[in-house]
Write a protein that binds this ligand. Structure first.
Ligand code: NAD
Length: 488
């Protein structure tokens, strides 16, 4: 109705320092109510073309600024986002379905930190130099920004993951065209409103909103975008590789996971249980690093399961804006159905659902009856070959199985196509090292989870990605290196 549509939030693309309307729009839902509350530009080739042109035009000036000048601007932007932290957190929670608590304590603080971190790290890089005295030569490397970077991000950690790409790209002197997920575009649009005040010159950061198939592909196929940094699913990454192959683009791909937690019988369960609940269910289980296969050594298996399930049942599901709620809404109705279907498949295969979906009843506040909610779900006695143990579910579902030996569990943990993250719980330091060395995962956390030092590489093995991001890795990705030889 007209009355309804008047109340909708309408986003605009941000191109060359200006907000511009689009000829068509798509609906964006509030996952906690099921209502359409926002309209997102349905950008296509034309909008992408304009954004790439603006980024190209801005490149000569931005790339010739000193790292210190760029650093000052990024720090200013970090301050401005931090100043509006509460507004950003509210918006992220409403748009994505995540709890306000998670948005306040994780998403937005990290978006701020991403800018601060790269504003600092850009000042500390050095290049290499070697001497070849017998030839009368010195060699040195020089690094320069590449040009217009295409940045494509997913819906689970919207501003957090988008800024994890924008910050290093522009810190290194590139200009960017960013495309957030069409399902979670609001905070990126809010950030655009702060760019001018931070001193980001027009055209350095452009944001085009829209779907992957239309906007994303137009960016991937644009000949003047030599580099694409993508975070999302493995399937989409394959498509991006195909589409960008004719242009030989440089790609960074951060993809899905099927992350194991390995819990030995000497683990400190007081620490391990609450942390494994978090690693399974934080952000509704919609984090690429979430645990979804828990291997527990036989001696403590039933004890672990009993305590884990009892704690899982205490996680409160409900209105994401209620600060006492632990689990918000899943991103969409389709996604909720997909996650639920995995639980049904597990049941059909003879696995036991110990709590959550299909077992316990979920009562929701009156205003959230049409939201996409689901209880934290624990499944036991699942076969390793089962789709629940092989495929990324990306929801609040975790599988618990028993193992006997170290050798056996390493093999089973590695027996999936993914290789993003793993956790190992044991008080035996030797064992922790041995197991960590042999796991096929880009990140291994022992006796903890999600503790990150942004200086160090982040990324996955196998189907979990190509390339790494981090202080040095992002610098290398977003710059082109040249080796120069000087003979006297
Ligand atoms: P997705 O692959 O569907 O979409 C990601 C982004 O790509 C969106 O912006 C989407 O619009 C765009 N896109 C889709 N099709 C495209 C195409 N053909 N060309 C160009 N762009 C296209 O993923 P999602 O559902 O938004 O996110 C969930 C996935 O992301 C999960 O698999 C999760 O594990 C993964 N993820 C990985 C990391 C990591 O760092 N490794 C972090 C978060 C999420």
């Amino acid at each position: 109705t007209m009355a309804h549509s008047k109340a909708l939030l309408v986003l605009e693309n941000f191109i060359g320092g200006k907000f511009v309307t689009c000829s068509s729009y798509i609906d964006s839902y509030n996952p906690s109510t099921g209502d359409v509350y926002c309209r997102v530009p349905d950008s296509g080739k034309e909008e992408v073309e304009a954004a790439v042109k603006a980024a190209k035009d801005a490149f000569p000036i931005w790339s010739s600024k000193s790292p210190l000048e760029r650093s000052r601007i990024l720090n200013k932007l970090a301050d401005l986002i931090e100043h509006d932290l509460e507004a950003f957190a509210q918006a992220e929670s409403k748009d994505q379905g995540k709890t306000i608590t998670f948005a306040r304590t994780v998403d937005i603080p990290r978006a701020v930190y991403n800018f601060r971190f790269f504003a600092s790290s850009i000042l500390h890089h050095t290049t290499e130099c070697t001497e070849m005295a017998t030839m009368g030569c010195v060699h040195y490397t020089s690094r320069a920004p590449v040009g217009v970077a295409g940045l494509i991000s997913p819906w689970n950690l919207p501003l957090y993951l988008l800024t994890w790409k924008i910050a290093p790209a522009v810190a290194c002197g590139n200009t960017v065209v960013a495309k957030p997920s069409e399902m979670t575009s609001v905070t990126a649009w809010m950030m655009c409103k702060l760019l001018e005040k931070a001193g980001v010159p027009h055209g350095v950061v452009n944001v085009v909103f829209g779907t992957g198939a239309k906007t994303g592909e137009a960016l991937v196929c644009h000949p003047d975008v030599p580099l694409i940094s993508f975070t999302g699913s493995t399937l989409t990454a394959q498509r991006i590789m195909e589409k960008s192959a004719p242009y030989c683009k440089r790609l960074s791909l951060e993809l899905g996971g099927k992350n194991p937690a390995i819990i030995f019988d000497d683990a400190d369960l007081i620490q391990c249980i609450p942390m494994t609940l978090r690693s399974s269910f934080a952000n509704q289980g919609e984090i690429c690093l979430c645990t979804s296969r828990i291997f527990v050594q036989r001696g403590i298996y039933s004890e672990f399961l009993k305590r884990f399930v009892a704690e899982a049942k205490k996680w409160k599901v409900g209105n994401p804006s209620d600060p006492t709620v632990d689990v918000g809404a899943l991103i969409s109705e389709e996604h909720l159905e997909k996650v639920r279907s995995y639980v049904k498949k597990a049941q059909a295969e003879g696995a036991r659902v110990l709590c959550g979906e299909g077992v316990d009843s979920l009562t929701l506040p009156a205003g959230n009856q049409k939201g996409y909610f689901m209880l934290p779900t624990v499944i036991a006695e699942v076969k390793d070959e089962s789709c629940c143990m092989q495929e990324e579910i990306f929801g609040p579902v975790t599988c618990v199985v028993a193992f006997d030996t170290e050798e056996e569990v390493i093999k089973r943990a590695n027996s999936v196509k993914y290789g993003l993250a793993a956790t190992v719980w044991s008080s035996n330091v030797g064992r922790v090292h041995r197991v960590a060395q042999r796991l096929q995962a880009g990140l291994v956390w022992t006796n903890c989870w999600l503790v990150r030092d942004l200086n160090l590489p982040f990324g996955g093995m196998k189907a979990s990605g190509i390339g790494r991001e981090g202080a040095k890795d992002s610098y290398e990705f977003f710059t082109e290196v040249k080796t120069i030889t000087i003979k006297h």
